[in-house]
Design a protein around this ligand. Structure first.
Ligand code: DX5
Ligand code: ZN
Length: 233
């Protein structure tokens, strides 16, 4: 299986007065095209910040030609997450720390037509969720405390990335390994070397003069570390 690097710009760092245009800016051609659009849903309870919810996600789904990756930083995802899948999100990620029955929740997300993602905060051990992750399509390793864009990358989480990579490469899990928080030109290479498949980048893409070029530049750095098909380092 090839592992072409996936780049997922986070619209948390985009201009919220013109989200449609901001998504259009990352939906260009070739290497400048985003693979997924990362949408951070925060409820002001699971994290101390409030962003947007299902009505806005529905609008984005109506305008985006790039698959939408919903990162739900919310309480009670068992109740609320399936609606994002039913609305048409490509991938719906819930937090392991918030889910009551993560196996049932993954089944519900898949039944509603989405890929199921499980996210772990920086201090949450991977080992506690290895069995549960057999029901998931995506593992989102947080490399900052969730809640805000523009924070510094926490390199210690790369041990969990390496462990997840080993579990995938040895056939124990079938997952896209995604990382979120503080990914930029200075940090993406170490994440790539540790075995990440999908790189979320907010500030590094939307803070750049040309978001499309920023995507291409990030992708180039991953390819420089791993080769175009993501061969293991
Ligand atoms: C943080 C969010 C991230 C955030 C990343 O809780 O989950 O997706 O937008 O932003 P940067 O890339 O600026 O760290
Ligand atoms: Zn996120």
């Amino acid at each position: 299986m090839t592992r072409r690097p996936l780049i997922a710009p986070s619209i948390l760092s985009a201009d919220f007065t013109r989200l449609g245009e901001e998504i259009h800016a990352i939906a260009g051609e070739g290497d400048a095209r985003a693979d997924w659009v990362h949408v951070d849903v925060m409820d002001g309870h699971f994290v101390p910040n409030l962003t947007l919810g299902l009505p806005v996600v529905r609008s984005l789904l109506g305008t985006s030609t790039v698959p939408i990756d919903c990162h739900l930083m919310i309480e009670d995802p068992d109740r609320w997450a399936p609606e994002y899948a039913e609305a048409g999100a490509y991938n719906v990620t819930v937090h392991a720390e918030a889910a009551r029955d993560p196996v049932m929740l993954a089944k519900n997300l898949r039944a509603a037509g989405a890929k199921a993602g499980l996210s772990i905060k920086p201090k949450t051990p991977l080992d506690d969720y290895v069995d549960v992750l057999r029901h998931y399509d995506t593992l989102l390793v947080m490399s900052v405390e969730p809640g805000f864009g523009g924070q510094s990358f926490i390199p210690e989480v790369l041990d969990k990335v390496r462990a997840a990579r080993r579990l995938v490469d040895t056939g124990h899990l079938t997952l896209v390994v995604e990382i979120d928080g503080g990914i930029n030109a200075d940090t993406i290479e170490q994440a790539a070397a540790a075995g990440v498949d999908c790189f979320v980048a907010g500030t590094a893409v939307y803070g750049a003069e040309d978001p499309g070029r920023a995507i291409a530049a990030l992708r180039d750095r991953v390819i420089a570390v791993r080769g175009p098909d993501g061969a293991a380092p």
